[in-house]
Design a binder for this molecule. Structure first.
Ligand code: NOJ
Length: 548
């Protein structure tokens, strides 16, 4: 007999979520394509949709499950597509709507998913909405953007800064007001407090979901709502002159406002009108704040991007602690995720060196939660030095002395040793790495010890072993440069041991008997070795031990 008396308590007792069924974005691996740099089929030096399509076999061979494509919409390209002039179109540089439909169909035919980039915080200054909005003070769309009177002395309404340098306010001579832009002046911020803006933007999301797109990565999610009273941001006591000028202030009033969660949950409601779509949020905030973006009762982002592996120093103790803190802070139904790089950050191979980038690959693909791989990281691509006359990124151009250009991590994919690395028949929009003839996909496919082979084997291991896809994460205490943990799901049990240092290191788990054989190692020659309790690691070595 069912004990109905227990039912009223169900809603207040902490409930461990049912073990599955798991969704594709929980079990799968996401691969980020920066479309300008992935593959150029049209021969103009800039990547495009047909180019991506021509490389789907590669992505399938690699074993990834979903492709996130950075913006492909019509755009004046002031910020390389993150300044959108039409949310429901395709930029001719990338192809046509037919190309898009074909790409989506081909991705789906291969059993993969497509994630688009959605940029809700700002439009291009060439978007018809903004052109209308700035046409007169009484235009119906005036309130769609953040217009504000000058102070009596003519100065900007407050001290808010632009992420890309300088003030965040731009004076409009014609209508005699300032507008706010968190990024370039060519990227005016939308007023998300306006219900018409909300409707228009949610409809744009529906447009792509109706087409069958599987989800969105939402740009600068924590920026969407600003303080209603326009208060000044306080100074940042930790600011140092080598930092971006934006860091001079703490953006406590211009970002991460409580009301942003209402907007995020409205977006989520739209996603939930469809079957199994995913919403990923780009959020650079500390763990406690990050967690709020999962929403109350899981009504926020499915995956608020977790950038800790990008932000933290490459130090075993700090990273082990951060993983544990993150695991501990997750809401009951919150699914973890991990990232090593993206189109805004120095590449992992440049940041920690090629040898440690192999260790990082093991970490990324064996931690609990959805991994996102940035194109080219799987072949260990490094940041490419770009001569001043070739710099394209506005962040680099605006703050030339601060080394902030993002061009180095956006260089064309190195496919093979032919001219232009098999990326294009024309000169690419950004310079290629000088060494592309010896360091490319084709070469690495032929080499079982290459970074690419390591990635592919890690991905295959993750796909076949439930311990890695959906299993528990159990930290194993370690010291010095060593980090260790167990992943387990039923019979599938593994211990991962990583040496984040260059020197050899001895490791013996405390109060834990372990026995098993190495099934995957950054030094493949070690595979098959039987481990019993103590392990001697080489410098830059990471291993996966299948436990008995
Ligand atoms: C974050 C994006 O990743 C970055 O490339 C862009 O410049 C800013 N948001 C502004 O959209």
């Amino acid at each position: 007999m069912i004990n109905t008396a227990a039912a009223p308590f169900a809603s207040i007792l902490p409930v461990k979520p049912a073990p599955g069924p798991y969704l594709w974005w929980q079990e799968g691996i996401i691969y980020q394509v920066y479309p300008r740099s992935f593959m150029d089929a049209s021969g103009d030096g800039v990547g495009d949709l047909q180019g991506i399509l021509s490389r789907l076999d590669y992505l399938q061979w690699l074993g990834v499950d979903a492709v996130w494509i950075s913006p492909i919409y019509p755009s004046p390209m002031a910020d390389f597509g993150y300044d959108i002039a039409d949310y429901t179109g395709i930029h001719p540089l990338f192809g046509t709507e037919q190309d898009f439909d074909q790409l989506l169909a081909e991705i789906h035919r291969r059993g993969m998913k497509m994630i688009l980039d959605f940029v809700p915080n700002h439009t291009s200054d060439q978007h018809p909405w903004f052109l209308e909005s700035k046409s007169s003070r009484d235009n119906a769309k005036r309130d769609w953007y953040l217009w504000h009177d000058a102070n009596p002395d003519g100065s900007a309404p407050n001290n808010w800064l632009s992420v890309f340098g300088g003030t965040g306010w731009e004076w409009d001579e014609k209508t005699g007001q300032y507008y706010y832009h968190a990024f370039l002046k060519e990227q005016p911020d939308l007023n998300w407090r306006n219900p018409e803006v909300q409707q228009a933007m949610l409809n744009a999301i529906r447009f792509w979901l109706d087409k069958g797109v599987d989800g969105f990565r939402v740009d600068v999610m924590w920026h969407m709502i600003k303080d209603a009273n326009w208060r000044n941001n306080p100074p940042n006591p930790d600011y140092r002159p080598h930092m971006a000028t934006y860091e001079q202030l703490l953006p406590v009033y211009s970002t991460d406002q409580p009301e942003v969660h209402q907007i995020v949950s409205r977006m989520r409601q739209v996603m939930d009108e469809y079957n199994e779509r995913v919403m990923i949020g780009e959020i650079y905030l500390p763990i406690n704040k990050l967690m709020t973006y999962y929403g109350t009762n899981n009504n926020g982002a499915h995956l608020p991007f977790n950038f800790q592996l990008i932000a933290l120093p490459w130090n075993a103790r700090q990273i082990a602690l951060a993983v544990d803190q993150y695991e501990g802070a997750l809401p009951v139904d919150g699914w973890p995720n991990w990232v090593l790089g993206n189109h805004d950050q120095p590449r992992i191979s440049s940041r920690i060196g090629k040898a440690q980038a192999r260790v990082a690959a093991v970490l990324l693909l064996t931690l609990r939660g959805t991994p996102t791989v940035y194109y080219g990281d799987e072949i260990g691509m490094r940041d490419v030095a770009i001569a001043p006359e070739f710099i394209q990124d506005p962040q680099g151009l605006n703050m030339p002395d601060l080394n902030l250009s993002r061009d180095p991590e956006r260089t064309p994919m190195q496919w093979d040793d032919s001219d232009n690395a098999g990326f294009s028949e024309a000169q690419p929009w950004l310079p290629l790495a000088d060494n592309y003839r010896r360091d490319n996909v084709k070469r690495q496919q032929e080499n079982p010890n290459s970074m690419l082979s390591l990635y592919r084997r890690l991905i295959a291991l993750r796909r076949t072993e439930p311990a890695f896809r959906i299993g528990d994460y159990v930290p194993v205490p370690a010291e010095g440069n060593i980090m260790a943990y167990i992943r387990e799901s039923g019979e599938s049990r593994f211990m991962v041991v990583l040496n984040l240092g260059h020197g050899t290191s001895y490791f013996r788990p405390q109060h834990l008997e372990i026995e098993g054989a190495i099934v995957l190692d950054t030094i493949p020659e070690r595979e098959g070795l039987v481990i019993k309790n103590r392990i001697n690691l080489n410098g830059d070595e990471a291993m996966v031990i299948k436990l008995k």
